[in-house]
Ligand binder design. Structure first.
Ligand code: PEP
Length: 241
């Protein structure tokens, strides 16, 4: 079964309305190949980005959501609000949320359930730290995160992103053979292995994207820093076919 490649940009806490012209340039590249192209800007930009991307092939996503649909949760954003603003995906359990906000896998699982209920496709992130890899625990850690973070019903197009924490924003990338082994392992742990897309994330750049995107079990990339630069992001998109 063929899985459509997904190239997703995670803008993290970057982006102002003055940056919306990025989407005009991206639209040209998003329409060219077969890969699905997604940008997850800060939630403050979603509505304006959705207007700007109307009629293009660019998809939009959030970077986190609350478990509830509404309520007294100052500063939080509900999945249904992201959907209302134009998002169709949401990144969940990113290592920066797991570390900065002490998010557990069970919380990520509840958020994924809320996202699915709101019509969003969750992109659930998993990955080991450098210490865990050096201790030989990478596979156990990823298995535990997958086991705890995925809601029971996963035939809904849920996406997994394998992001070794030590490779995020560091310029270090896992070797192609390490990525291949981990992605093959992840697939054995998925309820819907044939159809679930598994992205790689961690310092994906134009120089390493082609090798990583060519791996059998890699169905795209979650791109941080390089997704802020239109030339770099466009060149990564081109490697996905
Ligand atoms: C990320 O934010 O998910 C990420 C992988 O960042 P970077 O590409 O900058 O390492």
């Amino acid at each position: 079964m063929s899985r459509r490649m997904l190239i997703a940009g995670n803008w993290k806490m970057h982006g102002l309305r003055s940056d919306l012209g990025f989407f005009d340039a991206l639209a040209v590249h998003a329409g060219k190949g077969n890969a699905e192209v997604l940008v997850c800007p800060p939630s403050t930009l979603l509505s304006a980005a959705a207007e700007r991307c109307a009629g293009t092939a660019i998809r939009l996503g959030g970077q986190d959501c609350h478990t509830g649909a509404t309520g007294a949760h100052t500063g939080d954003v509900a999945a249904v609000m992201l959907h209302d603003a134009g998002a169709r995906y949401v990144i969940l359990g990113h290592s920066e949320r797991r570390s900065d906000h002490a998010e557990s896998s069970s919380l990520v699982c509840a958020k994924a359930g809320a996202a699915l209920a709101a019509g969003l496709t969750p992109i659930v992130c998993v990955g080991e730290t450098r210490e865990q890899r050096e201790a030989g625990e990478a596979f156990d850690i990823v298995a535990a995160q997958l086991g705890g973070s995925l809601p029971a019903a996963t035939d809904s197009g849920i996406v997994i992103a394998y992001e070794p924490v030590w490779a995020i924003g560091t310029g270090l990338t896992a070797s192609a053979s390490d990525v291949a082994r981990m992605h093959a392992f992840i697939r054995t742990r998925l309820p819907e292995p044939a159809t679930t897309r598994v992205l790689y994330g961690g310092s994906v750049k134009p120089g390493n994207a082609a090798e990583l995107m060519a791996l059998d079990d890699v169905d795209g990339a979650l791109v941080g820093g390089a997704s802020l630069d239109i030339d770099a992001f466009a060149s990564i998109i081109a490697t996905a076919g």
